[in-house]
Design a binder for this molecule. Structure first.
Ligand code: GAL
Length: 353
């Protein structure tokens, strides 16, 4: 319906960063940067028609450059952790940048969240922002020239759809996601414990203390990880279960029942009783990392309007392949090979109850 482009800030090397605000006919809007493809603001109506910003983020570019929480950003080449930043592919050993204890996290030092993307807009009933980069052979240690397009679309049905398309000239692990933090009561509304969550997953991945999956795919039955029937996030978040203790809450990969699908289907649903907002997550990806914002402690980078960071006041539902899947037998295949096309779509669709 409308797209507004505005200068957001200037990087240290002089490159300009722009924000693109897409709005649909219902009044829902999303503000996205060409830096990191970062979602800065997402305004969604409650059951009384009042709009609130439901995503975490900062007021200025410096915070997006300096902070380490990946607020709203596109993540790649590999979402989540690769054990010790090492893998072997087609007989060749690769070493990646280490940025999380002794692991590689979210693509490394200058992952896709730190890149300035080429942007193109297409206005219409369903406004579109198309972002493009080429990640060169050797980028952060990964093989192959990767050509990547991410298309954000705001639909007439109040969906924010994100399509990831990529090709490569050498085999490479690839696991793209978006790292938006949500709170359906508004980003500054406090704890996420009262939100109700459904995840269509019958197994999850336990981790070690470095948050690397142990290799086991464990049934959610009878554990705090069973969200097949909607449940308040706070119900089991302080459980004595070892997996919860190791992560300080939820920070686990949930494997969707039946694995990846040809077309996106509904896999998660988040509901806020107070505002009536519902967020349904449609995807054709095989898994989701449910991260309950356990590391939101960085006092140096307050959120929009000076609101302080607080643990478990925002959550991520990062649709993805399995963390460290490049090193683990029996995990989802995360390799993109020459001649293949990577093509996944995730839509966050909003409604009220
Ligand atoms: C999440 C990850 C967390 C943490 C966070 C960034 O995707 O699961 O362990 O690293 O990103 O702070």
């Amino acid at each position: 319906m409308s797209i507004k482009k505005k200068l957001f800030g200037v990087l240290a090397d002089g490159r300009e960063v722009y924000s693109y605000t897409l709005k649909n006919a219902n009044g829902m809007s999303v503000k996205i940067l060409n830096y990191g493809g970062t979602i800065v603001k997402l305004k969604v109506a409650d059951r009384n028609g009042c709009f609130t910003d439901v995503v975490g983020g900062y007021d200025c570019l410096d915070s997006y450059v300096g902070a380490d929480g990946y607020q709203g950003a596109l993540i790649g080449r590999f979402g989540n952790r690769i054990n010790k930043g090492k893998f072997t592919l087609e007989g060749v050993d690769y070493t990646l940048f280490i940025n999380n204890n002794d692991n590689h996290l979210h693509g490394g030092e200058f992952g896709f969240d730190k890149k300035l993307w080429d942007a193109e807009t297409f206005d219409g009933d369903e406004p579109v922002l198309k972002l493009h980069i080429v990640s060169p052979d050797g980028d952060e240690g990964y093989p192959g020239n990767l050509d990547l397009t991410v298309t954000y679309k705001l639909t007439s049905e109040n969906g924010l759809s994100i399509r990831y398309e990529a090709t490569t000239d050498k085999s490479t692990p690839l696991n793209l996601t978006n790292h938006t933090y949500f709170n359906l009561g508004g980003y500054a509304s406090g704890s996420i414990h009262s939100l109700e969550l459904m995840i269509d997953a019958d197994t999850y991945l336990p981790t070690d203390e470095r948050l690397i999956p142990t290799g086991e795919m464990r049934s959610v039955s009878g554990t705090p990880f069973d969200f097949r029937t909607p449940k308040k996030i706070g119900t089991d978040i302080n459980s004595e279960c070892l997996d919860i203790k190791l992560a300080g809450g939820y920070d686990h990969c949930f494997n969707f029942t039946g694995g990846k699908t040809a077309e996106p289907i509904k896999r998660c649903e988040l509901y806020d009783e107070k505002s009536g907002r519902v967020m349904s997550v449609y995807t054709n990806q095989p898994c989701v990392q449910f991260y309950s914002g356990n590391f939101l402690t960085n006092e140096k980078y307050p959120f929009k309007g000076g609101y302080p960071q607080r643990v478990q006041t925002l959550l991520c539902l990062e649709t993805q392949h399995m963390p460290d899947s490049i090193n683990q037998d029996g995990f989802t295949d995360c390799v993109l090979r020459p001649g293949e096309k990577y093509d996944f779509t995730t839509e966050y669709r909003f409604s009220v109850k």
